[in-house]
Design a protein around this ligand. Structure first.
Ligand SMILES: NC(=O)c1ccc[n+]([C@@H]2O[C@H](COP(=O)([O-])OP(=O)(O)OC[C@H]3O[C@@H](n4cnc5c(N)ncnc54)[C@H](OP(=O)(O)O)[C@@H]3O)[C@@H](O)[C@H]2O)c1
Length: 282
């Protein structure tokens, strides 16, 4: 297959990513954002679409919301597709990647965002194996094998000079570094994302594929809605140096900077988007 210089740069020269060779069959760089029907994933998908990416909006249950997202992106002149898939399920993951590639022909960016909190938020002494398996399948096994599938495809694209660089971003959590004894499975799965990020970063760096962990703090979304009052009080009391809730757009802004290649000599890095929560204070 032959490739030619892209004309996409004339659409929005200032914010398009730095790809100069793309497939003639589909000229936009393509991003897959898991769990993009709501919350943080939604903000990331909208931002990447604005930056010129064709975006696959993955969801597991919220078909209507995902389709609304696609309509919103398309009405702004962007390109998107909604793809239902449970990231914790192997055959769903294969179908997700197949549908993405069938639609866009490539994958330049994977954002492993889909995640669930610990079912029932049980004390560690009451934690169940069922809860553990569900959380680990969704929050760790899914991201690991999606990164593997995306990396294989990116290696092909980089090898064919269809694209110059790839980016994989894993959305972890401050729960990777702060204990919540009523969400042990969640904390352990999120902390493992750091090692996963390092492993893929090391393996893929020679091929110009950069891998990052983005570590959100307390972000306003459906996930935190049930504990809103608790966090309102903690934030007002100074839990975070920057005394406000994080917004999904705060995370999307960090992701967009990484995807644009604005930290080109870094990989495997953990980016905190947490209002300074991670700073130990006396
Ligand atoms: N909110 C926070 O304060 C916070 C802090 C740190 C880290 N994070 C992390 O950030 C990510 C997004 O969180 P959020 O607050 O935006 O969550 P959210 O509002 O609950 O949204 C979760 C998203 O993930 C999707 N999803 C859930 N299980 C899935 C599965 N098995 N397969 C595919 N998609 C699935 C949901 O799809 P449906 O709509 O179809 O259900 C939805 O789009 C998660 O990884 C979370 O752990 C969040």
């Amino acid at each position: 297959m032959k490739y030619h210089l892209s004309r996409i740069t004339c659409i929005k020269r200032t914010c398009l990513p730095k790809f100069d060779l793309v497939s003639p069959s589909f000229q936009k760089p393509a991003a897959l954002v898991t769990g993009a029907s709501r919350g943080i994933g939604q903000a990331i998908a909208l931002r990447l679409a604005k930056e010129g990416y064709a975006v696959a909006v993955n969801y597991v249950r919220s078909r209507e919301r995902a389709e609304e997202m696609v309509a919103e992106i398309e009405s702004g002149g962007g390109t998107a597709v909604a793809i239902q898939a449970d990231v914790g399920n192997a055959s769903d993951r294969r179908r997700l990647m197949d549908e993405m590639l069938a639609k866009f022909g490539k994958i330049d960016v994977l954002v492993n965002n889909a995640g669930i909190t610990s079912p029932g938020r049980r004390d560690i002494l009451d934690a169940t194996e069922e809860g553990w398996d569900t959380v680990f399948d969704t929050n760790l096994k899914g991201p690991f094998f999606l990164a593997q599938a995306a990396a294989r495809e990116m290696l092909r694209l980089v090898g064919e000079k269809t694209t110059r660089r790839g980016t994989i971003i894993n959305i972890s959590s401050i729960s990777a570094l702060a204990v919540s004894v009523n969400r042990a499975d969640y904390c352990i799965a999120k902390s493992a994302l750091q090692m996963m990020t390092w492993l893929y970063a090391e393996r893929l760096a020679p091929h110009n594929i950069h891998v990052f962990e983005v570590c959100p703090g307390i972000i306003a979304s459906d996930m935190t809605e049930p504990v809103k009052q608790k966090y309102d009080e903690l934030i007002a009391g100074g839990l975070t140096p920057i005394r406000r809730w994080g917004q999904p757009e705060d995370v999307a802004t960090a992701v967009a900077a990484l995807v644009r290649g604005e930290v080109p000599f870094s990989t495997g890095e953990r980016i905190h988007v947490d209002g300074g929560f991670h700073i130990r204070r006396l």
